[in-house]
Design a protein around this ligand. Structure first.
Ligand SMILES: NC(=O)c1ccc[n+]([C@@H]2O[C@H](COP(=O)([O-])OP(=O)(O)OC[C@H]3O[C@@H](n4cnc5c(N)ncnc54)[C@H](OP(=O)(O)O)[C@@H]3O)[C@@H](O)[C@H]2O)c1
Length: 243
């Protein structure tokens, strides 16, 4: 049975993705800072889907632990999905370096650190799929979240370069660009219902895009066109907007 590793497995989006892949008969490796918190999900996946599920401790910002974490996995995953992220507090991060580095290290540096090891392993094996959950926030900086957005922009560019490198080794890299999604991250934000996806919709689109060997998927699909418009607003106008 194929195995999928989910990094940042405790989030609403990750849980939906785990359920989707388990339903497709993948064994599931769940990794999060607090591995104990994953046991109920692990049990549920095993009982409901008759697959093997396991849990691991993983901290995206503990970079030096990443090689040992990956080495210690009893089965090397066929698919690795990087879901963890941290929205943080933009205003605080403007003057508090600790908050700024937490946002940068969680969304960018931590992802690069762990995926570099996964990428080398997949390149050597000549197969595998790497999926990164980035964000449309990385497509144009806005005053309300440009530290998070710039970290996601870096992650999106990293995934693009990784795809270009690993294509020649038979490894598939999928970039996921969600718009708004109803999760713990956004529970205090007033989100427009028409533009906002449920975690389950993200999970289905991630699975289908991985199966179809797509390069980039937007959830919901029309975010591709919303971002096309936003990216084409002239800078002279864009800088005057309160976004
Ligand atoms: N929600 C949206 O509208 C939206 C839109 C675009 C992109 N995204 C992206 O989608 C992904 C999932 O986000 P979500 O909306 O489901 O948010 P969430 O509920 O806040 O989940 C974030 C997850 O990241 C984990 N995490 C944070 N720091 C970590 C670290 N140092 N090491 C390991 N795990 C860490 C958290 O783990 P703990 O459980 O330990 O806190 C949590 O499970 C993120 O990459 C986010 O940036 C979300």
């Amino acid at each position: 049975m194929p195995t999928v590793l989910i990094l940042g497995a405790g989030s609403d989006m990750a849980i939906a993705i785990a359920r989707q892949f388990a339903g497709e008969k993948y064994d599931i490796q769940l990794a999060a800072r607090n591995a104990d918190s994953l046991h109920a999900l692990q049990q549920d996946l095993q009982i409901r889907h008759h697959i093997k599920a396991s849990t691991y401790a993983f901290d995206a910002t503990d970079f030096s632990s990443h090689p040992a974490f990956y080495e210690a996995l009893p089965v090397k995953p066929d698919v690795t999905i990087c879901v963890f992220g941290y929205l943080g507090d933009q205003e605080k991060a403007q003057s508090d370096w600790k908050e700024a580095t937490r946002i940068i290290n969680t969304n960018y540096t931590g992802a690069v650190s762990i995926l570099n090891y996964v990428a080398d392993d997949y390149a050597a094996r000549g197969n595998g799929t790497i999926i990164g959950i980035s964000s449309v926030a990385g497509e144009r900086g806005r005053q309300s979240n440009y530290i998070y957005g710039s970290a996601k922009a870096g992650f999106t560019a990293y995934l693009s370069g990784l795809r270009n490198r690993l294509f020649h080794k038979g490894v598939h890299v999928l970039s996921v660009q969600p718009g708004f999604v109803y999760t713990r991250m956004t529970e205090n934000l007033p989100l427009p219902p028409l533009l906002t996806a449920q975690p389950q919709q993200v999970a289905v689109s991630v699975y289908k895009a991985a199966k179809g060997k797509k390069n980039v998927v937007y959830t919901k699909w029309f975010w591709r066109y919303i971002m096309l418009i936003i990216k084409n607003v002239p800078e002279g106008i864009f800088k005057k907007l309160k976004l």
